[in-house]
Design a protein around this ligand. Structure first.
Ligand SMILES: *[C@@H]1O[C@H](CO)[C@@H](O)[C@H](O)[C@H]1NC(C)=O
Ligand SMILES: *[C@@H]1O[C@H](CO)[C@@H](O)[C@H](O)[C@H]1NC(C)=O
Ligand SMILES: *[C@@H]1O[C@H](CO)[C@@H](O)[C@H](O)[C@H]1NC(C)=O
Ligand SMILES: *[C@@H]1O[C@H](CO)[C@@H](O)[C@H](O)[C@H]1NC(C)=O
Length: 968
């Protein structure tokens, strides 16, 4: 019993002890693991590095990468991850690089790969990594052909080559070079820059007349051949994009062929620019004057300390290699390591595991490549990493490092000299931190160009060996004013030549040239074609800018006014001369004026008839009086004395209207008679076509094409050469073997008109638009831009006026008289206001008079109404009453008084006697006879009853009879 109890206790105690032991062990192990975590050796992340370890740049990058890793963990000692690098040699070869990459992915199962150095190697490795979803962090593959958008697992921690296209184009634009030739090595890397460079140059209007590809393993002869080709061309601006090794060889050849001399511009991209400082002094020697672009990085304290440490470390690692400063590639490699280390910690990458895809029977090396599980996480961590690296702010956008600035350097002596910068926002500037540094062209520091020049080359040369421009000029038979080639001396002169010389004098450089007169038989189209064939370097003359000529050559801006018009003879217009006096007024105005004359005469007669003896008489007399009075106002010759204020008012207004009418008529007639009454014989094109007339054009001119387009019958066109031909043909006329009109460009027509000023030709018809004369250059000629600009500055200047005066004379002096043919007739509209005034005044006065008459004579009129039955009789009676002399008017009384006086009575008797005796008006006026009769009537019988009104209405003969009766 006790034994079992004892056994029991023993068991319990031993269990307790072992329990405590276990606890202790757990505690110890826990403590141990904590210490391990703090020590940071717990999780290792493997990363592969592919480098051309045989090359010096590979060695330099290896040193830089190793230093980066050490520096990083020296600062970030408490990180829970450690990167372990596995270096592989890619042996400067694509296949080795690829197989090294496969080894890293398959056997080492790395979480990330850095490198390789060249774009060519990188491309294949990038595909492999993308397949395995392992981030490939590149710090030196610059070819834009490998793109992070296409391969998401490719990250470029350096600049893309295409980012320097815009700076290079800006630099070329800055110096106004119109053409540039890219020279690049035949590789993925070399051609990668071309698309973006072409775009950038195009956007600044710089042409790429040629491009030269140089094989990577080129012999000197190969390079020489390419250079000879360039030498014969006119472009002198070259953009060289190749790796430093080939570039050294290339520039040695350039120097050997004498192309590192005046007029040449050599620009190297950053692939050479970045390593300019560490290039062999030999190479720099032959590159003097070269412009280099290189990535800008600030020379911070970190960079300075890195430089010193780098050189020290490199000497340790590679005792037998030459030591040089680190370039931007080493800085990028350093920053890439830091970015990777930061990302690894952030992504908490613990243990890498690759998933091998299920085998589908094939078991090639690549098909069994696994897919990393940690890759995507690590990729997004790297893409999100930002920090201040040695090469500037490390920030990736779309898997691509962002550009800060480019530095522009000039190779001078055995070193380089900074001449300016380019930044994305400010363009080309002199100082990177100057606040007011704008993209001003003068902001660059002085550049020493090849051939020890300090003045920027113009970027092209005349390609021919003698460097003398061969300029074709049309040797015309007619219109020598424009271009005249003297037969004896072959001297070329004329308006176009003077303009050309003036334009050349505006160019910033001088140009040697010779004139080559072209045979007069060739048309202008042919001459343009000669330039197209490059037989001549330019064509200078009266060559019009035409759309289909520009298919063959380029034109400068036009320097003359433009357009095609026609000239026709003037003929005097004899048909109108007899009736010209009618022309000043339109027919409508004539008729309306006539109507108003009659109306006004009538109104005055109505108002005056009852009170004014002068407005009385036989109906014929009174009818005549109405007209006579009205028309005599035309010359203000009306003699009749007016008694009523109403009629005076009418006449006053009317005389005013007449005054204006007559003076307008006079003025218009005067102008018609003084202006030459010459009319163009033809006024429009359709008239010519309808009549089937012959028309002329200048020999060799495009005007013929224009006329055919207008629909003229080809058989009806005549080519004419000289201005004398023009006059002859126009003088003969279409019917007699001449022409009815000549079509030509306005400059010729103006010259013609000024020469034959007195001979009555006129330029008529529509102007067909053309573009004026321009100078012709072969397509893409670099001279063109400068010439065009110079043409504009000449045409806008004073010089042009002088040249025009000298050659073309003053053509305006003839045009003034011939253009203003005829003046238009005056219409009713111009005078409508006047007629309304006089019409309404006359009408109103007439109404007032009728009102007064009715009011005064109402009693009498009522009596008359009662005496007659039918309305007709009443109206007739009323009119008869109106016809009588108004006895109440002052004129009547005065007349009465003057008749009562002895003289008056004597005069009356005499008059009556005279009337009796002669039975005709005789010396005395009818009116006085009538008046005397009325007086006697009034004196003898009261003016009442039908008799007296009858009498007053009768003509002189009847009155005489009546007078006799009353005496009986
Ligand atoms: C980490 O462990 C190593 C040995 O593996 C030791 O030399 C080092 O002192 C330890 N560091 C810390 C901080 O404990
Ligand atoms: C490492 O130490 C620094 C302070 O020295 C601290 O700010 C940081 O958070 C630490 N990091 C980790 C991962 O413990
Ligand atoms: C790269 O990898 C991504 C994700 O796996 C895939 O969608 C894409 O098609 C791959 N690109 C190429 C060019 O293979
Ligand atoms: C322009 O077009 C016409 C036909 O419309 C043709 O006859 C002429 O040859 C062309 N000009 C040139 C320079 O080819």
């Amino acid at each position: 019993m006790e034994r079992t109890k004892h056994k029991h206790l023993l068991f319990i105690s031993s269990s307790l002890i072992s329990y405590f032991f276990l606890l202790f062990a757990l505690f110890i192990s826990h403590q141990f693991s904590v210490a391990n975590a703090q020590n940071g050796t717990q999780s290792t992340v493997r990363a592969g590095v592919l480098l051309d370890l045989g090359t010096s740049s590979g060695k330099r990058c290896k040193t830089s990468i190793s230093m980066a890793l050490e520096d990083f963990y020296a600062i970030n000692g408490n990180f829970s991850t450690r990167i372990e690098l596995e270096f592989r040699d890619s042996m400067s070869e694509v296949v080795s690089a690829a197989s090294a990459a496969v080894d890293l992915l398959k056997n080492s199962q790395v979480d990330a790969i850095m490198g390789p150095l060249t774009s060519v190697q990188t491309e294949f490795v990038a595909y492999l990594c993308n397949r395995s979803q392992v981030p490939l962090l590149s710090f030196s593959a610059t070819s834009p052909a490998i793109s992070p958008t296409h391969l998401p697992f490719f990250i470029r921690a350096n600049l893309n080559d295409s980012s320097q296209s815009v700076p290079i184009a800006a630099f070329i634009q800055h110096f106004g070079w119109r053409e540039a030739v890219p020279i690049y090595e035949e590789s993925e890397f070399g051609s990668g820059i071309i698309p973006s460079l072409v775009d950038a140059l195009q956007s600044v209007d710089t042409m790429i007349p040629d491009r030269v590809v140089i094989a990577t393993e080129a012999s000197d002869d190969h390079i020489d051949n390419k250079l000879y080709r360039l030498m014969t061309q006119q472009t002198r601006v070259f953009v060289v994009h190749m790796l430093p090794a080939l570039a050294s060889q290339f520039f040695h050849r350039v120097q050997a062929l004498g192309m590192m001399s005046a007029e040449y511009v050599w620009i190297v991209t950053d692939s050479v620019g970045d390593v300019l400082d560490i290039l062999d002094p030999d190479v720099k020697n032959v590159m003097e004057g070269v412009i280099g672009f290189r990535t800008y990085f600030a020379l911070s304290d970190e960079v300075k300390s890195f430089k010193t440490r780098f050189k020290e470390r490199f000497r340790q690692d590679n005792p037998r290699s030459e030591v040089a400063d680190p370039t931007i590639y080493q800085l990028w490699a350093y920053d890439a390591v830091w970015a990777l280390a930061k990302a690894v910690e952030k992504a908490e990458v613990t243990n890498s595991s690759f998933v091998i895809p299920s085998s589908d029977g094939t078991s090639t090396d690549l098909s069994t490549l696994g897919v990393s599980e940690t890759g995507p996480k690590l990729l997004s961590a790297i893409l999100g990493t930002t920090f201040n690296g040695l090469a500037g702010n490390f920030r990736l956008v779309d898997g691509q490092l962002q550009l800060l600035a480019f530095e522009i350097v000039n190779v001078v002596g055995k070193g380089t000299r900074n001449v300016g910068f380019w930044t994305p926002d400010k363009g080309i500037i002199r100082e990177i931190d100057s606040p007011n540094g704008s993209g001003n062209a003068n902001n660059l520091k002085n550049i020493l160009w090849p051939g020890d020049l300090v003045v920027a080359p113009k970027g092209w040369v005349v390609p021919t060996n003698g460097k003398v421009l061969r300029i074709a000029v049309p040797a015309k038979a007619g219109f020598g004013v424009f271009v005249n080639v003297s037969e004896s001396t072959s001297e070329v002169s004329g308006y176009c030549i003077d303009v050309f010389k003036a334009v050349l004098s505006k160019l910033p450089y001088s140009i040697q040239y010779d004139f080559f007169p072209l045979s007069p038989s060739s048309s202008y189209n042919d001459m343009v074609y000669q330039v197209y064939l490059k037989k001549y370097d330019a064509l200078v003359g009266d060559v019009t800018i035409r759309a289909n000529r520009t298919n063959y050559a380029d034109f400068t801006m036009p320097y003359t006014e433009s357009g095609v018009s026609m000239i026709v003879p003037l003929q005097s217009d004899s048909s109108q001369s007899m009736w010209i006096f009618l022309k000043p007024l339109t027919a409508q105005l004539w008729l309306i004026s006539l109507a108003f004359f009659i109306f006004t005469g009538f109104v005055v007669w109505v108002i005056e008839h009852r009170i004014n003896p002068e407005f009385r008489g036989t109906p014929w007399q009174q009818f005549g009086l109405i007209y006579y009075f009205a028309f005599s106002t035309l010359v203000f010759a009306h003699k009749e004395k007016l008694e009523s204020n109403l009629s005076r008012f009418v006449v006053i207004i009317w005389v005013f209207v007449v005054l204006i009418l007559t003076s307008s008529y006079t003025a218009s007639l005067t102008s018609m008679l003084t202006v030459q009454q010459l009319q163009p014989s033809v006024t429009d094109v359709s008239q010519l076509q309808k009549q089937g007339d012959y028309v002329g054009y200048q020999d060799g001119s495009f005007v013929k094409e224009l006329l055919l387009n207008l629909g003229f019958d080809p058989g009806r066109l005549k080519n004419l050469t000289t201005a004398d031909d023009y006059t002859d043909a126009l003088a003969k006329g279409s019917a007699k073997g001449g022409v009815a009109a000549i079509f030509d460009e306005i400059p010729y027509l103006k010259v013609f008109l000024s020469q034959y000023c007195g001979n009555n030709y006129i330029m008529v018809g529509p102007t067909y638009k053309t573009d004026g004369f321009g100078f012709v250059f072969p397509r893409g000629s670099p001279l063109l831009q400068d010439m065009s600009r110079a043409v504009l500055s000449v045409t806008e200047g004073e010089e042009m006026t002088q040249i025009e005066k000298k050659w073309l004379g003053n053509s305006d002096k003839c045009t003034s008289s011939s253009t203003s043919v005829g003046s238009s007739s005056l219409g009713f509209r111009s005078f409508a206001g006047l007629f309304i005034i006089t019409g309404s005044v006359s009408g109103l006065m007439l109404l007032i008079y009728i009102g007064i008459f009715l009011y005064r004579e109402w009693e009498r009129l009522s009596t008359l109404r009662d005496d007659h039955e039918t309305p007709w009789d009443i109206i007739v009676a009323w009119f008869k009453h109106y016809d009588q002399f108004d006895q109440r008017s002052p004129t009547f009384k005065e007349y009465l008084r003057s008749s009562m006086s002895p003289e008056g009575s004597q005069g009356r008797l005499e008059r009556q006697m005279g009337l009796e005796g002669s039975n005709s008006p005789g010396n005395r006026s009818d009116q006085s006879a009538e008046m005397s009769f009325e007086f006697s009537q009034g004196g003898i019988t009261p003016l009442s009853g039908t008799d007296s009104s009858d009498i007053s209405n009768r003509g002189p003969a009847e009155e005489i009879e009546l007078a006799g009766q009353s005496r009986e």
